[in-house]
Design a protein around this ligand. Sequence first.
Ligand SMILES: Nc1ncnc2c1ncn2[C@@H]1O[C@H](COP(=O)(O)OP(=O)(O)O)[C@@H](O)[C@H]1O
Ligand SMILES: [Mg+2]
Length: 321
Amino acid sequence: MKKLLEVKNLSIRFETKKGVAHAVRDISFDVFEGETLGVVGESGCGKSITNMAILGLLPENAIVTADKLEFEGEDLLSLNDKSWQKIRGGKVGMIFQDPMSSLNPCYTVEYQLNEVLKIHRPELNKAQRTDKVLSLLRDVGIPAPKERLSAYPHELSGGMSQRVMIAMAIACDPKLLIADEPTTALDVTVQGQILDLLAGLQKSKGMSVIFVSHDLSVVRDITDKIQVMYAGEVIESGQTDKVITSPLHPYTKGLLDSIPSFNDDKSELFSIPGIVPDLLARPKGCQFAKRCFNRSEKCDEQWPKIEQREERTLRCFHPVS
Ligand SMILES: Nc1ncnc2c1ncn2[C@@H]1O[C@H](COP(=O)(O)OP(=O)(O)O)[C@@H](O)[C@H]1O
Ligand SMILES: [Mg+2]
């Protein structure tokens, strides 16, 4: 398998009025062709800004450093605006939590899909574009696509809007699709349908997918590998089944114990006590130590290094198994 994305020791800092917040610290991961990577962790752990760094969409006050940040061997840290345009919405498609943030309320479904094709598929003529728009709407399971062409976003349900957004994201046959909490704002049944759709598209198009969710139960069925983030660090990563059946980091175990179906005694659902540390006042040692049931003094004093263990990576002095 070919390596599509390579991230080595990526750090993201924000200059704020109160000082420099080190929001993402030294994270490394790869995405291979056709592979689905799940990124999980509580809100504020740096999942979205990591993707923003890959897309070159971080705000002005962000300082990005990395030993490597490459897409198809191309250094993303030194791209000019024109090259970014080929990546964003071209080779890399993206969908976000809120469809309304990506769909323009003033334009019809057809107009918006057409605009994407005009920019990224200039070789298509008008009739070919219309055909492509219809086939995209079919691909994402929109019933009676012809009748939807003239619909405005507010005329669509949440699930249908999300389908249109997915159609826009895959319009250029991206090699990588970044889906950042694409189902978080949807009802549970619709959520399941969108997950099935994304899994089906991944297979039929052979895309790679980075699927971000704060909910481990959402990514467990549709990903090949998982990386768990905490306070801007990857604290554990590995093959999905391995991470789910034998979590090594106490935080991963805590996330799993918080999922109803993973917990035998449903009346006593576990929730991890405490909160994520303040990025402007990070603890000296392990970032999770304050909340960890397995900690020792060492955890407060020393920052654990990321280590390789049986095809897994782990940042912990006292793994749970
Ligand atoms: N423009 C910014 N300025 C300062 N801090 C920011 C900015 N954007 C994001 N952050 C911080 O980066 C951290 C990670 O955010 P984010 O990636 O959105 O988390 P997640 O997607 O995991 O919920 C948060 O603690 C947030 O406060
Ligand atoms: Mg986010």
